[in-house]
Write a protein that binds this ligand. Structure first.
Ligand SMILES: *[C@@H]1O[C@H](CO)[C@@H](O)[C@H](O)[C@H]1NC(C)=O
Length: 279
């Protein structure tokens, strides 16, 4: 192929798929916070801040119908009680789909809670919560959402912490028809976040700040009702291999602090179907 043709095909591919741009200027808009969200270092870094009057947030410019998004995040250090830092996918409307990472802050020295959930057609109730095996405020760590037609896999530094499989065959809804946008935010939720709302935000420590970098979106871009997708992308058919399953069991055994699947009080009629070991 001539250099020109190679350039042409590369440009065409880049237009159709959203490749690892790793540039916040091209991938996202700071959507709210009146200057509290800032894109820095030529698009390499994005900081969100929160003070008594407002938090802040950003969102992807485009919507995706399936994708894999990696984000490095460094959470609010010190006394972060009452704050919530998020990274999630969400569709529009009253019967929305959503895939959540939410980091619930804590007092200095107490662990953050990583709260996860999956909504389909406006219905969630699928919470799993974890502690992390490192201090998420000391350095950046990579949090990833993989969403393909067969499964959702949430990973932390490449270690899967949760798999939500497509269990439509046994009557469980799975998000697969609504395009979702990526969102991230830092906001105050001291009415519930830390120890169920008992510990309040210490505003004398404001402004609180969380940092994001190395955004990497590989997705099927959805524009005007059409999705451009390469089913040959490896994430599109990715499954959990034996090593990943062993890592997932390690996390679930040692770091999971809440699992809706085992909350019998909440589901007296029986645990949700997708929770059955055979599902
Ligand atoms: C905060 O720390 C306490 C004490 O270790 C712990 O019980 C709680 O799960 C932690 N996380 C949140 C969000 O409250």
């Amino acid at each position: 192929m001539s250099p020109f043709k190679i350039f042409f095909f590369a440009a065409l591919l880049a237009a159709v798929f959203s490749f690892s741009a790793a540039d916040f200027n091209s991938d996202v808009n700071v959507a709210w916070g009146n200057g509290r969200g800032k894109i820095l270092n030529n698009g390499q870094l994005l900081t969100l801040s929160l003070d008594r009057s407002s938090g802040s947030g950003f969102q992807s410019k485009t919507e995706y119908l399936f994708g894999k998004i990696d984000m490095q995040i460094k959470l609010v250090p010190g006394n972060s009680a009452g704050t919530v830092t998020t990274f999630y996918l969400k569709s529009e409307g009253s019967t929305w789909d959503e895939i959540d990472f939410e980091f619930l802050g804590n007092m200095s020295g107490d662990p953050y809670t990583l709260h996860t959930n999956v909504y389909t057609q406006g219905k969630g109730d699928k919470e799993q919560q974890f502690y992390l095996w490192f201090d998420p405020t000391a350095n950046f760590h990579t949090y990833s959402i993989l969403w393909n037609p067969q499964r959702i896999i949430l990973t932390v530094d490449g270690t899967p912490i949760r798999e939500f499989k497509n269990s439509e065959s046994i009557g469980v809804l799975f998000p697969k028809s609504k395009p979702m946008r990526m969102y991230a935010s830092l906001w105050n939720a001291d009415d519930w976040a830390t120890r169920g709302g008992l510990v309040k935000t210490d505003w004398s420590k404001a402004p609180f700040m969380a940092s994001y970098r190395n955004i990497k979106i590989e997705g099927c871009v959805h524009i005007n009702g059409r999705s451009s997708c390469s089913p040959s992308s490896s994430w599109y058919t990715q499954q959990m291999d034996a090593t990943s399953q062993a890592r997932l069991r390690w996390v679930q055994k040692n770091y999971m602090i809440y699992n809706y699947c085992t909350d019998r009080k909440r589901f007296p009629q029986g645990i949700p179907r997708e929770c059955a070991p055979s599902a």
